[in-house]
Write a protein that binds this ligand. Structure first.
Ligand SMILES: [Zn+2]
Length: 186
């Protein structure tokens, strides 16, 4: 897999926008979880570091669903953002544990991610991520041969099937999408 190619491909960003629209449609269909009323579409701009400028305007729009009854806001899951992080989820998903696939230097050189941030992400994958329901589910799916924890997230991404590197990465992000919602810590 060549992460550079995937991250440079505008189609990858369109794909994520489409997936997010589908995820939002599912939540919208159910109506407000508190009172059952219909939603109004809302949203706001997010910082989306790592997203190419050409697609940034559309990409950085985070959809929210606002209840027409009780006014509570519901956030649908997203493959683009992980909780409040300013870097897009795809970049976090491609950080290498030791510098093999996408090294610290690759991230710092091409995307200007600071080395400190890279180290923080690596720690997050090896520690905090393991406490999330997402990891519990995925580990269950691969229980016969669990992905190596020290090699996360690459060891997990390698297990996600797809017709192409782009498809695999998009699917992986879909697995991670519950972590985009503030109720689930990411
Ligand atoms: Zn409501």
């Amino acid at each position: 897999m060549n992460p550079k190619q995937v991250l440079n491909d505008p189609a990858f960003y369109s794909l994520q926008i489409t997936i997010d629209a589908e995820l939002a449609a599912k939540v919208r269909k159910k109506g407000c979880p508190s009172c059952g009323a219909k939603f109004h579409d809302g949203g706001f701009h997010r910082v989306a570091r790592g997203c190419p400028k050409a697609v940034l305007e559309e990409y950085c729009w985070r959809t929210s669903l606002d209840c027409s009854g009780c006014r509570k806001r519901t956030m649908p899951p997203s493959v683009r953002f992980l909780h409040r992080r300013v870097w897009i989820a795809a970049v976090l998903a491609l950080v290498s544990p030791h510098g093999s696939v996408m090294s610290c230097s690759w991230l710092t050189e091409h995307l200007e991610v600071s080395r400190r941030t890279v180290e923080r992400w690596r720690k997050w994958w090896r520690n905090d991520f393991l406490t999330t329901p997402v990891w519990q589910t995925l580990r269950g799916q691969f229980c016969a041969s669990p992905p190596c924890i020290r090699a996360l997230p690459g060891s997990l991404l390698d297990r996600i099937a797809g017709n192409s590197a782009m498809q695999s990465l998009a699917r992986f992000l879909e697995h991670l999408s519950p972590l985009s919602i503030p109720a689930v810590r990411a």
